[in-house]
Design a protein around this ligand. Structure first.
Ligand SMILES: [Zn+2]
Length: 229
């Protein structure tokens, strides 16, 4: 069951206890960031807020973010994540600098590959708002295992966000605590650098094909193979 919370005027947060979506609304228009799991019924939750046509943009295409895409039919997604999308949906390319407006909001796309090769963040500079998908989180665990992830690129992308961290006040992650402050960018980066350098203690994660690596601030799900890639 999805809970719908009005966060700011024209911005609602949808949350099923596992993953969030972000719904922007304006006069006769709506912009949705991510679509949840296939079974989450995000469209029904959107319809409790607005009857307007909904444009969908995706932070990345893991199944908890793009699973519900079939109910919407089309979306803007970075082409490097297109192979992860299942089913018959119309995809539009998404790249650095692409801008989406809705009501009062103006979201600019920033490419941040690593969590997936096609991961992006959306930023409203005027509102000092960052939607980082899964790439910035309070504590994690952040998923960095499997063929469609890259730890080295993740480190570079966190550095790219850190360069502009002073311009963010509010970060809305898809998992765990929300909202969080921009200090988590540097914390996730510090721990990811240590992960890449092989410096984090780890233990097998029961029931998952990976290990849990514990940084000072952040946990990661990863493997030795993923770290070396
Ligand atoms: Zn996720």
């Amino acid at each position: 069951m999805i809970q719908v919370q009005k966060f700011w005027d024209g911005l609602s947060i949808l949350y099923d206890g596992m993953v969030r979506q972000f719904l922007f609304t304006g006069e006769g228009e709506a912009l949705l960031v991510d679509t949840g799991f296939a079974h989450s019924q995000v469209l029904a939750a959107v319809r409790t807020v607005t009857d307007a046509p909904v444009k969908v943009i995706l932070t990345h295409a893991d199944p908890d973010h793009a699973g519900g895409l079939g109910d919407f039919g089309e979306a803007w997604l970075h082409e490097k994540d297109w192979p992860l999308v299942k089913g018959n949906v119309k995809l539009h390319p998404l790249q650095e600098g692409d801008v989406f407006t809705c009501g009062d909001y103006r979201l600019e796309t920033i490419e941040i590959p690593g969590h997936t090769y096609g991961s992006v963040a959306f930023v409203d500079w005027a509102k000092k708002l960052l939607l980082p998908g899964d790439s910035v989180q309070k504590e994690g665990p952040i998923y960095l295992f499997g063929a469609h992830r890259n730890v080295g690129l993740y480190v570079e992308s966190e550095r790219k966000l850190l360069d502009r961290a002073a311009e963010f006040e509010t970060i809305l992650p898809c998992h765990h605590a929300c909202p969080i402050g921009p200090e988590w960018i540097g914390r996730n980066l510090e721990d990811a650098v240590a992960l890449k350098a092989g410096q984090l203690p780890s233990a097998p994660e029961p029931g998952m094909p990976c290990r849990t690596y514990r940084g000072r601030w952040t946990q990661f799900y990863s493997t030795e193979e993923d770290i070396r890639r």
